[in-house]
Design a protein around this ligand. Structure first.
Ligand code: WT7
Length: 649
């Protein structure tokens, strides 16, 4: 089956920073002489002391990744100070509140003031270079101030998504032994309040039981809702910054000093603390932001992600601000007050570049075209997609209805681990195929391998690896370098393994087919099936659980749980509800099971390994193709699983 091709739009080509000729030329340079290529592009940020070494990386042995290692810089300086002369009065952040009547604009001068004051507050409370600061915030400008204030003084931030539960927050505080938390009284999304301070209080109690003591909690007042207050620990943000000095000189940071930790799910164990460092990360985030979105001075740019995810780090805060852009930060949700909200915001703030996730596109497509057509969207020029494969129907709708055939779509493939966009079209260079992330960005060398690690050439379907380093790459798993090597570099020796399956077509275009490990992607959120399983078995009624993903119209993948109950416990609808609630408290609403099937037995091999392949097929209602079940210890469990499946079509 051949895919339609959407040729580069003449207008996009005319204004583009990169056309196809330049793409091909630069790409060739970037992979034939990475040293020279990045020596040049590393200069896009300001350095207090220029680097002389560019690339020092190895994917074998202990694995070591260093970029620009003898350079000295500061991320906050690059995102704020260096712009002040030229664009001090330009808007840096447009904030659009949950309530459509609530918005504000923050200039670069104001951003400098806020970030310096907050940096001074952190310092005054004992936060030093290298200390970990946990940020658990709603989508308000203070979240960006907090990140930048940490960067300014060299503290390592760990942003935890506001939708995570106290338990999940506690786990992340404990793992990096964070003694300082920045939060808000409550969050506000879709008209509903989220008890962030209360959750923080609970998380701190849990952490204390593991002997990790949070000393200070800085609280931003967002809703002025009622909260508990601990005099010796809690600090009001507005009181503290009012008293703080408005200048704070940026710490001199080595290129490889840590910038942030961001926890992400893997196929086994607890979430990993992905560690990103200073110089290479910022070079890569800013460069991809400029070229992938074809960002020009004066553009209004909007990424709808949450700062709790890597997309928010690289493409709401660091990439755009390093480029002196105007970045829009949205507190709300796509369908509140109505499914027109995104397009109303586009018109209100005259957004030129819009970057969102397939799950939002599918939901809005389902709501009906009239919600889009009620807006003008004349300002839009480039559309982006990220988080999961975008199905061609949703792509076509985005292109035809939202963009009215005038805006190229950049379907950007990347990961928390990669720091920035890796495989993507460029608006003025790449012919588009709906559903394909198309071609690698500069410096990125993808390779497809089969299960044995043999390299696949030409048209092929295999496992996606990247064979050489790029500046935005994660450097380690915080506190566990062995796990880093084991997770990413041991499956295929000497290669970074992404965990994704991928097809390359005759034009050399890449089509990501989804995860090949036990990670599922629910509405663009990454979830380890093992995490959901351990949440389920922590319930008294559950003896065993196996979790798989299945195709879901809106979410991309839904969460399907097979649950074996303790002897004597009856599998009722009540219990199903209770288990859903239990998982939500353990992890957070994003991990809510969609289907729970009570299973007296799970399909196991004689050595006790659960055969997930079979569970996936049954969850997909595709049990005609179960494959070989002869190695099962007890093949009869399969019949019961099929009879009681929860996804009958
Ligand atoms: C996984 C990474 C990168 C920011 C958001 C998610 C999937 C991401 C695409 C895309 C197909 C995609 C992959 C990847 N993914 N973008 N454009 N096309 N799949 O970051 O939580 O680290 O998840 O998301 O499976 O491995 P993340």
């Amino acid at each position: 089956m051949s895919s339609p091709v959407y040729r580069v739009l003449p207008d996009a080509k005319k204004r583009a920073l990169i056309d196809d000729e330049k793409y091909l030329k630069w790409y060739k340079q970037s992979v034939s002489d990475p040293e020279k290529f990045w020596a040049r592009h590393g200069k896009r940020i300001d350095w207090f002391k220029p680097y002389t070494k560019v690339k020092n990386t190895s994917f074998t042995g202990k694995v070591s990744i260093k970029w620009f290692e003898d350079g000295v810089t500061n991320v906050a300086y690059n995102c704020i100070d260096r712009h002040l002369k030229k664009r001090g009065n330009q808007v840096a952040i447009i904030w659009e509140g949950d309530n459509p009547y609530d918005d504000k604009k923050i200039t670069y001068n104001e951003l400098y003031d806020k970030v310096c004051r907050l940096a001074n507050v952190l310092k005054a409370n004992g936060v030093k270079k290298g200390d970990r600061v946990t940020i658990y915030m709603p989508m308000i400008p203070e979240a960006a101030y907090a990140m930048l204030a940490c960067a300014r003084i060299g503290a390592i931030h760990s942003v935890v998504f506001g939708g995570f539960s106290p338990d999940a927050l506690a786990g992340r505080i404990i793992d990096c032994e964070s003694e300082f938390v920045i939060t808000a009284d409550e969050g506000l999304r879709g008209g509903r309040k989220i008890p962030l301070k209360h959750n923080t209080d609970l998380a701190i109690e849990i952490a204390e039981r593991q002997e990790v003591r949070v000393k200070k909690v800085l609280v931003v007042q967002r809703t002025a809702g009622k909260i508990e207050w601990f005099e010796d620990r809690d600090i009001w943000y507005h009181e503290a910054i009012a008293k703080a000095k408005p200048d704070c000189s940026p710490a001199k940071m080595k290129a490889e000093d840590p910038l942030f930790i961001l926890y992400t799910s893997g196929s086994t164990g607890k979430p990993k603390g992905v560690l990103h460092t200073t110089g290479g990360y910022l070079v890569y985030a800013s460069m991809t932001h400029e070229y992938v979105f074809d960002y020009h001075d004066g553009d209004i740019y909007w990424c709808t992600a949450d700062v709790g995810w890597v997309t928010g780090h690289s493409y709401i805060v660091y990439g755009p601000l390093a480029n002196g852009a105007t970045t829009l930060m949205f507190e709300g949700v796509p369908n509140y007050p109505t499914p027109s909200r995104f397009w109303e915001v586009v018109d209100k703030h005259q957004v030129n570049i819009f970057y969102t996730a397939p799950t939002a596109i599918r939901a809005l497509m389902g709501a009906g075209d009239e919600y889009v057509k009620a807006s003008s969207r004349k300002s839009l020029r480039t559309l982006g997609s990220v988080g999961e494969p975008i199905n061609p129907e949703a792509w076509e709708w985005y292109y035809n209805v939202v963009g009215e055939k005038k805006c190229p779509i950049v379907d950007t493939w990347w990961q928390t681990e990669t720091g920035g966009i890796m495989i993507t079209p460029l608006p003025g260079a790449t012919n588009l195929k709906p559903g394909s992330a198309t071609r690698p960005f500069f410096g990125i060398q993808p390779q497809l391998v089969d299960a044995d690690g043999d390299v696949l050439e030409g048209t092929a379907d295999g496992n996606l690896c990247i064979i050489d380093s790029w500046p935005g790459q994660m450097r380690t798993v915080y506190g566990d370098h062995d796990r880093f090597v084991q997770t990413y570099f041991s499956t295929y020796k000497g290669k970074y393994f992404t965990g994704d399956g991928c097809r390359r077509d005759a034009d050399g275009y890449y089509w990501i087919t989804g995860r090949v490990d036990d990670v599922i992607n629910v509405s663009g959120h990454r979830m380890g099936t093992a995490e959901v399983e351990s949440a389920l078995v922590s319930h008294d009624a559950v003896s065993e659980a196996a979790v798989v993903g299945y195709p879901h119209d809106l979410k991309g993948q839904g969460i399907y749980c097979y649950v074996t109950l303790m002897a004597g416990v009856e599998g009722t609808d009540e219990l199903r509800k209770e288990l859903v609630k239990h998982v939500r408290t353990e992890i957070g609403p994003i991990a809510s099971p969609d289907k729970i099937q009570f299973a007296p037995g799970l399909p196991k091999t004689r050595s006790g390994k659960i055969m997930r392949r079979i569970l996936r097929k049954i969850a997909e209602d595709d049990f005609g193709a179960l494959g070989d079940t002869s190695t099962l210890a007890d093949p009869t469990v399969v019949d019961d699983l099929i009879d009681n499946r929860q996804n009958k079509k």
